[in-house]
Design a protein around this ligand. Structure first.
Ligand SMILES: [Zn+2]
Length: 262
């Protein structure tokens, strides 16, 4: 007999042991209910892995996925890896307590941001399948580092193929807006009124740390830019055009179970 499905999926991974000392105990009793994806943002994967294993750097992740699809295991999932830093999602601070972190090798916006190769994306999908089989992580809690730390972080960025992951059952994906939604007027910094209040509410309910009241200020633009990097990748300028506004409502609908995919 074959082992159960989760084990079978894991066997498809070319897992390399590369232990990091940079971890500690998770707080007692908390669930592991969030998955945070990153890019390494360094010139090479080798340099990134070395840093994530350097005791002086005091950073780590549970896994690193190289561009050729090799997966390195750095920290055991029951330990707290140090990947997210100061962070917030759906009312929770310090996402390291309750998350698994995956670093995906890419030079990032600083060193020459480029597409994620198919072999790498396939390995990320296989790795995520295993993780989602072991922990109760809802689709809405499969997030980017930029979602949980939008003031500081851009990773894994707008080239990351979140749609392909969602197609494989990992995370939620809104799809494209219908024509009439695309015609909604754009909202941007300086705007105020019910449209802005509504957008604040949607961003908050998705999980971003945005105040409920106020005009379209920098804080809204920052959260919206993070939303765009993940769910509306056609632009990342913090302007809420019709496409982005529709997708935000759709992500919330999927997150709360009010909208289901076919
Ligand atoms: Zn990151």
């Amino acid at each position: 007999m074959e082992p159960h499905q989760e084990g079978t999926r894991d066997l498809s991974l070319d897992l390399v042991d590369a232990p990091s000392p940079n971890h500690d105990a998770r707080p007692d009793g908390g669930p592991i209910d969030t998955l945070v994806l990153h890019y390494t943002g360094m010139e090479t994967g080798t340099a990134a892995i070395a840093r994530l294993r350097d005791p002086d750097a005091k950073v780590s992740s549970h896994y690193v996925v190289e561009e050729d699809g090799r997966v390195f295991s750095l920290v055991a999932e029951d330990r707290r890896a140090w990947h997210a830093g100061l962070s917030w999602w759906r009312g929770h601070l310090s996402l390291n307590d309750r998350s698994i972190g995956i670093e995906i090798v890419n030079p990032g916006h600083e060193w020459g941001y480029r597409d994620f190769p198919a072999a790498q994306v396939g390995a990320v999908i296989a790795l995520c399948h295993g993780i989602l089989g072991r922990h109760p992580i809802p689709g809405r809690n499969v997030v980017a580092h930029s979602d949980v730390a939008p003031e500081r972080k851009q990773d894994p960025g707008e080239r990351f193929p979140w749609a392909a992951l969602a197609e494989a059952g990992i995370g939620v994906w809104p799809g494209a807006a219908p024509d009439e939604a695309r015609a909604l007027p754009p909202l941007s910094i300086g705007d105020a009124g019910t449209g802005v209040t509504g957008l604040r509410a949607v961003l908050r309910r998705i999980g971003y740390r945005v105040a409920s009241e106020g005009a379209y200020d920098r804080s809204v633009a920052v959260a919206l830019t993070a939303f765009q990097r993940h769910w509306a990748q056609h632009r990342t300028d913090g302007v809420a055009d019709g496409e982005t506004r529709w997708r935000a409502g759709r992500v919330l609908g999927l997150a709360t179970g009010h909208v289901r995919t076919a």
